[in-house]
Design a protein around this ligand. Structure first.
Ligand SMILES: Cc1ncc(COP(=O)(O)O)c(C=O)c1O
Length: 410
């Protein structure tokens, strides 16, 4: 256990819960119930959580990737020589075909490019389309790295907080209109939205594009969670909604989240419809020599996007079961926590304001009393106080054990 932690869980408790949980293969032939030992793999999630805690924070899942991806990587390694490698046409074609198959969007091939990881790619967009001192708008509570790197690069980050009413989030367009000035150059859209799990609807995206175009502001759409739309709902790519969106938008996405490839670092693409913006952006990447994907990136992206194993639909079904599990748990156990039902991905935003604790005490409760390591809601900016984010991309038995531990601690 990490130094200083005063967990209610006796030493070895988490390990023994995990060991007792190997469940049979599910009906559709996939076994997401299997508990996989990630020790000794330099996992950030488990490293920081410490040995005797449930690690339910940083956004990777505890499942193996699609076997099609594993097979492709293994076959490439078996070819032995790992020399300098060009990006094959198949990479761009795989992304194009995936957008069509998965999101019903017919993207011209020339709009598609490589991106060196979504956050690195967004940072390069900051450098391409703004200068130090310029303003970048984010809509908190939102993925903290948008702000963190914009500030590191000397940009001023301006908040347009989301409105949370009756358990649902929406954008504040009136607030947005008031923010623009001559220094506002970009807005970062999280689509789907992490940490609140929102799939933005078409009307919202159309309106956002119109307003941003009117003010000469570029929209960066982070679509890394796009392939995990749940319950048969659809993700709508930002640039697909209108001509204005295609003119102002840059999309960054990749198989990282859906296929659980975060450790490969750099499995990403961009889609930039506007030729001038595309040329400028790709010019920045090439000047920084960030335009050459690694062999694992190329191989895994093509394999994920051309996979026919049925692994991704099965994963989504399993995640839906986990979402139902956490929703039911807090409905049956009224301990003062209200989960916001996510429409996409494996992150659940928990409203803990009814517990009446300061943010520090709240984090202590989860970390030290329940032995569950989560993300602090306050780190996502305005509107995050009183909330935490839990990662449910794990076997259901682990999720259930963590929820019981939270209940006991409260
Ligand atoms: C919304 C969002 N964007 C980007 C990332 C990270 O992307 P990458 O690892 O490609 O930089 C994450 C990871 O959690 C995320 O949630």
């Amino acid at each position: 256990m990490a130094a200083g932690a005063a967990s209610l869980l006796p030493a070895g408790a988490v390990t023994s819960i995990l060991q007792g949980c190997s469940a049979p293969v599910s009906e559709d032939g996939w076994n997401f119930d299997e508990v996989i030992d990630r020790s000794g793999t330099w996992s950030i999630k488990y490293g920081r959580a410490g040995e005797n805690r449930f690690a339910m924070w940083i956004a990777d899942m505890d499942f193996r990737t699609d076997p099609a991806v594993r097979k492709a990587l293994q076959e490439r390694l078996d070819r032995d020589v790992l020399g300098y490698t060009s990006t094959p046409e198949e990479f761009f074609e795989a992304v194009r075909a995936w957008e069509e198959k998965q999101h019903g969007w017919n993207v011209p091939l020339e709009w598609v490019g490589y991106a060196p990881g979504v956050i690195s790619a967004i940072n390069q967009a900051y450098l391409t389309f703004s200068r130090a001192g310029d303003k970048i708008i984010v809509q908190p509570p939102v993925y903290d790295h948008f702000r963190m790197y914009a500030e590191r690069l000397g940009r001023e980050v301006v908040d347009n907080p989301l409105i949370f009413e009756n358990g649902k989030y929406r954008m504040d367009f009136d607030g947005l209109e008031r923010l623009f000035d001559g220094r506002t150059k970009m807005l970062v859209l999280c689509n789907p939205h992490n940490p609140c799990g929102i799939l933005w609807d078409k009307e919202t995206l159309i309106r956002l594009a119109e307003i941003c175009e009117k003010h000469g502001v570029i929209v960066i759409s982070d679509e890394i969670h796009a392939d995990l739309a749940l319950y048969g709902k659809t993700h709508i790519p930002f640039c697909s909604v209108s001509d204005a969106a295609a003119r102002v938008g840059l999309i960054f996405g990749g198989p990282t989240k859906a296929f659980n490839l975060a450790g490969l670092s750099g499995t990403a693409f961009c889609i930039i419809p506007d030729e001038e913006k595309r040329e400028k952006y790709l010019g920045t990447l090439s000047a920084a020599k960030l335009d050459e994907p690694s062999i694992p990136t190329i191989v895994s992206t093509i394999a994920a996007y051309t996979s026919e194993t049925g692994w991704l639909p099965a994963l989504k079904k399993y995640l839906e079961g986990n979402v139902d599990c956490i929703m039911d748990f807090f409905r049956k156990n009224e301990v003062g926590i209200g989960p916001v039902r996510p429409e996409a991905s494996f992150l659940v935003w928990l409203d803990c304001r009814n517990l009446g604790l300061s943010q520090d005490k709240l984090m202590e409760l989860f970390r030290d009393k329940a032995g569950v390591y989560l993300n602090n809601g306050a780190s996502y900016g305005t509107g995050g106080e009183g909330f935490v984010r839990i990662n449910i991309g794990c076997p259901r038995s682990v999720l259930q054990a963590a929820l019981e531990s939270i209940k006991t601690a409260i």
